[in-house]
Design a protein around this ligand. Structure first.
Ligand SMILES: Cc1ncc(C[n+]2csc(CCOP(=O)(O)OP(=O)(O)O)c2C)c(N)n1
Ligand SMILES: CC(=O)[C@@H](O)[C@H](O)COP(=O)(O)O
Ligand SMILES: [Mg+2]
Length: 636
């Protein structure tokens, strides 16, 4: 454990009050060391937190949190904040089962007034707090810390548009480190760079003049001054939106930060945007020098920065998607790939290396990504929109209104389907089976292994008269052999993997491996078991379902998705076609109807009851035969 004598005396933000600038600088240094040491043991998001150490210390020393509300956008940069707000003793449990969340979370601390993990929500939430305080007659300060990447999303502008009009007391700190997960993209990013490069950091003296004075002026005079100042600055978009713009300032100069924040706190009467320039990974050489600035890391050696990555036994699903799409792209010039700020996370980067002109990183803008794809599809292109399941939630109206209703052939590559582990409930890909499967004309597939995924990419390419989607999980494939020549799947046809007579296990997605293990357990009990891979949740394979229903005593569906998904679709079909009328025992195994906290995926699936033993136990319990020993429904 690093030596941190000053930080050891900080038990809550109150202990940061009345410190000298020199003491605050020393605390920042210790806080940085402590953050690095903790994440070296737990893994997690490191670069972003290192970039906001000074901001975090300055904010907590100036404002009265938790009465004043500090809202971190995304929340992946909040580890230093957790250390300062009474959670230091658990900081080495970050992202571990039962431990601290890797994001801000209301249930974890009163210092986390608003939970996050998806980007660009902070200004909206902050404005909500500001208005609530105002309506209650309280003078709380509300401080939102939002990154330049998160500033690319429409929600941030919707919020600023509203905030500028409402003119409430709201402080937005734009943490501009010129990085998203990948290098930031878009005109806004270029604009911020121009703002930063066009002016040296504003000195404290100049800022004092520019911040304190105008804020003390009467409103009409202040307006005139703002215009004049806007011209001097070249005019900032933020000012046009009704924010008082302060910056650019050095986000690592804790002394200046404290002065500026005090000024803003004591003089503002409307929305203020403080443009702080920071460095992602600041103060830790391996992070500063890494191309991804250590955005997300596994455990690592603090001295060398070397990350301890487990050896891969099979290619990841993401890489199989990226590689397959690139191969298909060689033969079909109409294929285009779209990512919303996750080029490497989705494997679109592989396609982009080969076809830069046909790849589009649109920034953190899932809604736009989907409608942008719809536009291209309407004009004869074949867009693959690769978005994590959890982030696709944000673009649901675009999926419905811009794609599905117009029956446009947008292909949705839904990565991170199912439970994702350490990122927890906010990132779980739980809902897409249900929310995509209930859309007319949508073709929905789930890969059970990496070879199946490759075939689904091709199948999706060939579906050119309506939208289609295929889902696959985070992490490694199963290690199956990849086909030399890809064959598309027949739409709406599943496959029987092993034929039995008593129990039918109908799997949708990568639980198939657990289902096969469950089948072995059942066979060992003398229960003849059929295993089928549904492949499609829409259209359902009616013949397969009929066969399974008619030829077995028990039918169990298994999926890595929330209630109302594949099992629900299957049950509804069976009910409407009389397949439930003859005593068949049906069980649907889904994720539980709860938001599951972070843990190792295998353990989360245990809690969800979706591992092999639990599948076998469910089938046996449904069978209800006295001569068959019931299995305990615990770890598979
Ligand atoms: C809606 C949504 N899309 C994508 C992501 C994935 N994501 C997490 S952090 C991040 C980059 C954020 O960049 P920025 O706001 O600049 O913060 P920094 O990491 O640079 O501090 C992205 C794209 C997300 N959390 N939410
Ligand atoms: C904070 C965030 O949303 C991302 O950084 C996310 O943690 C990435 O997850 P993967 O590691 O699955 O790409
Ligand atoms: Mg950034």
């Amino acid at each position: 454990m690093p030596k941190t004598p000053l930080l050891d005396q900080v038990h809550s933000p109150a202990d940061l009050k009345n410190k000298t600038p020199e003491e605050l600088i020393a605390i920042c240094s210790e806080l940085r060391t402590e953050t690095i040491d903790a994440v070296s043991q737990t893994g997690g998001h490191l670069g972003a937190g290192l970039g906001v150490v000074e901001l975090t210390v300055a904010i907590h020393s100036v404002f009265d949190t938790p009465q004043d509300k500090l809202i971190f956008d995304v929340g992946h940069q909040c580890y230093p904040h957790k250390i300062l707000t009474g959670r230091r003793d658990r900081i080495r449990t970050l992202r571990q089962g039962g431990g601290l969340s890797g994001f801000t979370k209301r249930s974890e601390s009163e210092y986390d007034p608003f939970g996050a993990a998806h980007a660009s929500t902070s200004i909206s939430a902050g404005l909500g707090f500001a208005v609530a305080a105002d309506l209650d007659g309280r003078k709380d300060n509300v401080i939102c810390v939002i990154g330049d990447g998160a500033m690319s999303a429409g929600m941030a502008y919707e919020a600023m548009n509203n905030a500028g009009a409402l003119n409430k007391r709201l402080i937005v700190i734009l943490n501009d480190n010129d990085m998203s997960i990948a290098p930031p993209v878009g005109a806004m990013s270029n604009y911020l760079s121009k703002l930063v490069s066009g002016k040296p950091y504003r000195s404290l003296r100049k800022l004092a003049k520019n911040v304190v004075k105008p804020m003390g002026l009467e409103k009409p005079v202040r307006k005139a001054e703002e215009y004049a100042r806007g011209f001097a600055m070249g005019g900032t978009m933020f000012e046009e939106l009704g924010f008082y713009y302060v910056g650019p300032i050095d986000g690592h100069d804790v002394k200046s930060l404290v002065s500026i924040l005090e000024n803003v706190r004591d003089t503002m009467d409307g929305p203020v945007l403080i443009h702080a320039v920071t460095q992602k990974g600041k103060g830790y050489a391996p992070a500063e020098n890494a191309s991804d600035k250590y955005h997300g890391v596994s455990n690592f050696n603090v001295v060398t920065g070397e990350q301890k990555k487990a050896k891969a036994n099979a290619p990841s699903y993401t890489s199989v998607f990226g590689k397959t799409l690139t191969e298909l792209g060689e033969k079909d010039e109409k294929i285009v790939a779209i990512t919303a700020a996750m080029p490497s996370g989705t494997g679109v980067s592989t396609f982009a290396e080969r076809f830069p002109e046909r790849s589009f990183d649109v920034g953190i803008a899932e809604q736009h990504a989907v409608t942008f794809a719809a536009g291209m599809a309407a004009d004869g292109f074949k867009p693959f929109t690769a978005i994590y399941s959890t982030f696709l939630q944000r673009a649901y109206d675009q999926v419905v209104h811009d794609v599905a209703i117009q029956k446009l052939p947008v292909r949705f590559a839904i990565d991170r389907a199912g439970l994702v582990g350490a990122d927890g409930a906010t990132h779980a890909g739980s809902f897409d089976i249900a929310f995509m499967g209930n859309l007319p004309d949508m073709v929905c597939m789930a890969a059970s292994d990496e070879a199946e995924l490759a075939r689904m990419v091709l199948t999706s390419l060939e579906i050119d008269d309506r939208p289609s989607a295929f889902r696959y999980p985070r992490g490694e494939g199963v290690g199956v052999e990849m086909p030399d020549v890809l064959q598309p799947l027949e739409i709406g046809r599943g496959r029987v993997i092993q034929q039995g007579t008593s129990i039918a296990l109908l799997s949708y997605g990568t639980r198939l491996q657990e289902v096969l293990k469950a089948a072995e357990m059942l066979q060992a009990q003398g229960l003849s078991t059929t295993v089928a891979d549904a492949r499609f949740a829409k259209p359902l394979d009616h013949d397969l379902i009929k066969h399974l229903s008619k030829e077995h005593e028990v039918l169990v569906t298994i999926e890595e998705g929330a209630v109302g998904g594949f099992g629900g679709f299957t049950l509804q079909h069976m009910a409407q076609h009389g397949l439930l009328d003859n005593g068949l025992k049906v069980r649907t195994m889904t994720l539980p109807d709860t938001f599951q906290d972070h843990d190792k995926p295998q353990l989360m699936y245990d809690t969800a009851g979706l591992n092999a033993k639990q599948i076998a136990a469910t089938a046996i319990a449904a069978l209800g035969r006295g001569d068959v020993k019931e299995l305990p429904a615990v770890a598979g």
